[in-house]
Design a protein around this ligand. Sequence first.
Ligand SMILES: *Cc1c(COP(=O)(O)O)cnc(C)c1O
Length: 505
Amino acid sequence: MNLYHSTRSRALSCSSKDAIRRGIAPDGGLFVSDGLGAKKLDVNTLAEMDYHAIARTVLQLLLPDFTADEIASCVEEAYGTTFSSDEVTPLVKLDAAPGNGDVPTYVLELFCGPTSAFKDVALQMLPRLMARAQAASAANGSAERIMIVTATSGDTGKAALAGFADAPGCGITVFYPKGMVSRVQELQMSTQEGSNVSVCAVHGNFDDAQSAVKRIFGDGELAERLHERGVVLSSANSINVGRLVPQVVYYFAAYAQLLRAGAIAAGDAVEFCVPTGNFGDVLAGYYAKLLGLPVAKLVVASDANNVLYDFLTTGVYDRNRPFFNTTSPSMDILISSNLERMLYYLSDGDCEFIATLMASLAETGRFEVTPKLLAKIQEVFACGWADEQQVSDAIQACWAANGYVIDPHTACGYHVQTMLPAATNAAARVLLSTASPYKFPRAVLEALGETAPEDDFACMRALEQLTHTTAPAQLAELDQKPVLHTDAVDIAEMSAYVERAASSL
Ligand SMILES: *Cc1c(COP(=O)(O)O)cnc(C)c1O
């Protein structure tokens, strides 16, 4: 059986169900499995597989203690009717490849779910996996309720709320940095319905909020008090394996669509360019590679918060730097949690080494890897970044060349594809599009050279007229919904807030 353990120690191992219930390992590490990649998915069979079939196969490989029936029902519930495309994550060909390359380039639209961000793909699945994991633990005699606690840089919060609202046996508390998410994003969260949801603004940035949430998870006394009430805390951030695993699926789904379109032959390598923040999305691409997907290169695209670019080019990770609030808030991150899992696998599972790096990151905000390890990392990952002007120019350039509108996160990737020649063995390039442009209508409209009206919803309508596209209804109707959540706390008050919310579960 594929057991999971912490990136920082092999002392405790657990099933994938336990790993999903707990979210993060007790020592602060992330759950990983050494069985990853032992069994592969045969790409020769992909062309005949639809999204559901691929999802069942990938999930079973990575979550072996779930039964085939459990996985099939999770897949059906998560992707049955909740996405606006039958492909779930449709692939769109761009007329003109970015830059002056001639490798055909496609956009993988990951934003067709209920909240118009790529996080829906995972967060429609996670609550379903969590419910089965909880049932397994209840069968072992512990009748617990789970409180999901999540810090969001903008999109995770709403996608998690949509996934967990009114989920039986669960509550959810979401913290977001006050004033640092778009108005549409804030309204998406503050209008969320559901008897088990708490939404709270925090005075601080995303990294502060994420660090506080990690401390809350590591607080033994709090855990003890909650345990007495029958409540355990868990995470919906991409530190949870149950978040990561569903993201592996769309890399294979993209490949299947390329095969069906005749754009590639089975076995051809494909380059994926991924707008990156917490390194969850691009890490899922690495998992896909380990599962047998022919990946030419995984391109990590950052915004002005380019800590990953510096790491991937120099081997020095240093979060001691200015923090920029950009038009791509979901990528405004200086501590990319999932990098830890990548370092684990590329250091051949050296837990002690990972524990040392992470201790150094916690104490000094910095760590460094050897040139040898860096070279290994660079064989898999390329990188680039875009400043605010380049993001804006990329939105404009993509529209001019293709009549296709992209959001500021996707635009970081488009810019990087423009600057970076395609990997020499790439038969196709795929740009992962992580959000609908209608989540960021002001930034997009301004990038297209228009004067943006004051109201974000007027911006949406202007964008519709200009581009002859339609805003997703769940966004366009947001300003009609009542605001239900107005709480705001300091970082130091977050723990008490969680405890209060948990006491009403
Ligand atoms: C979360 C998010 C990202 C970054 O994804 P990671 O998995 O954190 O790297 C990029 N774009 C959008 C729109 C997002 O919501």
